[in-house]
Design a protein around this ligand. Structure first.
Ligand code: NAD
Length: 512
């Protein structure tokens, strides 16, 4: 059952896609795939609107974020229902990941953006400090393209959009074709907050629309999605010489040390593997547990996982797979693992009691790195546990991957945890927790290796929606440089004397 299906449309008309809910498989609407012409027109509108938006004092732009925050709180039930219809995730996850996190982001930047983007006076070093003054001002890039996936359809659209807007940019947002309504709500919230027309436009469509955005002349692309698409976006941005951030997939390892608290590590493994039905970019995709505690840890995981409730309505813990394409990946990885000798301890099949796209929370043992389940992003509710000799072996295996988004280490010894963390090839690491990496804007977020390019969020993330413009002025005012001409042997000799004095002698401590 395809969640996104082409619909026949009149010759020459835009392509249309019909959407179904992964929870009920019932049709929930149609979208038009916006074409390259539509994208160009949207860009023209954005270009017209952006200068006035950027000219507002940042304190004024912050007010739109404040109003958007109020509206997200007021309209949270509508947002939750839309997300549930499009994804079938657990209600608690819609509230925590989509609503709480969006409120947090809006509140965080509304409070801090004026300080983060305030022009900075920077003291110059060396002799220049006696001659010149430097001010760095944060000038918006212009029009930013935000392209987002389906696993966190509201928050992953809201977060970059809010940051790009408050920095003074206009935004073209294209949510995933799987979850267009949740993305459209970001546009509706800002429209209701009074955002001037053209400053934020939400486009509908699939890869055709996304590719057109990368080609249309935007000033930056902020992309969140798969590695395969990330490569295409990077290539297109490379051709146009525009910056992009790429937040891509992961295969996050969890290292359970011999001194870990077994119960809390097992609970953490569950949360890491099954949150958002495993479709969380920083989810736990593989566990390495040291031999001494492997049995106790695995037994606890099996016990907890067996008690999870999967459902489509009412109270439940684990929801649907949001897209049939992802379900195909999960089933392919599972078949490969079982064929190569993995043991299914819990789950291991589609849920026969539910109509929609449901795969049971699954625990696997007897896994190894010859299996896809340990090497490729599965993005499903699968928890493969591998027994290892010691922490060194765990570390070696954790790094034996093309990915590097995030990782967790479980130990009672914080020093040891931090030392292991420093050696994991990963964008971020949590000790004895698995929820913090994306959730805290103070932490730069972004993957290593195939997991991405660039870091987002927080002060540096916000600044990346701007050009840091250095402006030099004369320290004593009014002086205009007369340049160096004509060059002469006398000037050359003076400069060489200065080099010797400043860099080759005791003055270096003062002026270097
Ligand atoms: P995807 O790459 O298939 O699609 C992402 C977006 O790109 C969609 O809006 C899609 O329409 C668009 N797109 C498709 N082809 C395009 C093209 N040629 N040019 C431009 N845009 C194009 O990813 P997905 O399946 O929607 O999302 C799941 C992936 O996202 C997983 O790999 C997951 O790990 C990753 N993800 C990463 C993060 C992170 O922060 N690192 C967060 C969430 C999800």
């Amino acid at each position: 059952m395809a969640i996104v299906q082409p619909v026949e449309s009149a010759p020459g008309a835009r392509r249309r896609l019909q959407l179904c809910s992964p929870a009920t498989l019932e049709p929930i609407g149609e979208i038009e795939v916006q074409t390259a012409d539509d994208v160009r027109e949207a860009l023209e509108r954005a270009r017209k609107a952006q200068p006035q938006w950027a000219a507002l004092p940042i304190e004024e732009r912050v007010r739109y974020l404040e109003r958007a925050l109020k509206l997200v709180i007021e309209r949270q039930d509508e947002i939750i229902e839309t997300v549930l219809e499009e994804t079938g995730k657990a209600r608690g996850e819609a509230i925590s990941m989509e609503i709480f996190a969006s409120c947090d982001v809006l509140s965080y930047y509304a409070k801090r953006a004026p300080k983060f983007l305030r022009p900075e006076k920077r003291r110059l070093h060396g002799m220049l400090r006696f001659l010149k003054k430097l001010k760095v001002v944060y000038r918006p890039l212009g029009v930013v393209g935000v392209i987002t996936p389906w696993n966190g359809p509201f928050i992953l659209s809201m977060n970059p959009t809010a940051q790009a807007l408050v920095a003074g940019n206009a935004v073209l947002l294209k949510p995933s074709e799987v979850t267009p309504k949740s993305g459209a709500l970001v546009g509706e919230i800002f429209e209701a907050a009074g955002l001037p027309e053209g400053v934020l436009q939400v486009l509908t469509g699939d890869g055709e629309t996304g590719a057109a955005m990368c080609e249309c002349g935007l000033d930056k692309i902020c992309f969140t999605g798969s590695v395969a698409t990330g490569r295409k976006v990077a290539a297109a941005c490379g051709q146009r010489l525009i910056p992009c951030t790429l937040e891509l997939g992961g295969k996050d390892p969890m290292i359970v040390c011999r001194d870990a608290d077994v119960k809390s590590a097992a609970a953490g493994a569950l949360a890491g593997a099954y949150m958002n039905t495993g479709q969380y970019c920083c989810g736990t995709e593989r566990v390495y547990v040291v031999d001494e505690i492997a049995d106790a840890f695995t037994d606890e995981v099996v016990k907890l996982a067996s008690n999870l409730r999967q459902g489509a309505s009412g109270e439940f813990d684990v929801g649907a797979i949001f897209w049939d394409k992802q379900l195909d990946v999960i089933e392919r990885h599972m078949a490969d693992a079982v064929e190569k000798g993995a043991t299914v301890r819990v789950g291991g099949r589609r849920n026969p009691d539910l109509e929609g796209l449901y795969y049971e929370p699954t625990v696997l043992t007897d896994v190894d790195h010859g299996m896809q389940i340990m090497r490729e992003e599965t993005f499903g509710p699968i928890l493969p546990i591998m027994r290892v000799r010691d922490e060194e072996e765990a570390l070696r295996l954790a790094n034996d991957t093309d990915y590097g988004l995030s990782a967790t280490v479980w130990t009672k010894d914080e020093y040891k945890g931090v030392e292991i963390a420093k050696r994991i090839e990963s964008g971020g690491v949590c000790i004895n927790d698995m929820t913090m990496t994306y959730g805290s804007p103070e932490a730069p977020f972004g993957g290593l290796k195939d997991s991405g390019v660039g870091q987002v969020n927080g002060e540096s993330g916000l600044k990346s929606y701007c050009h840091a413009l250095p402006i030099f002025t004369d320290r004593f005012g009014g002086k205009q440089s007369r340049g160096f001409y004509p060059y002469s042997a006398k000037k050359d000799a003076s400069l060489k004397r200065i080099i010797g004095l400043v860099f080759g002698g005791p003055l270096r401590r003062l002026l270097g």
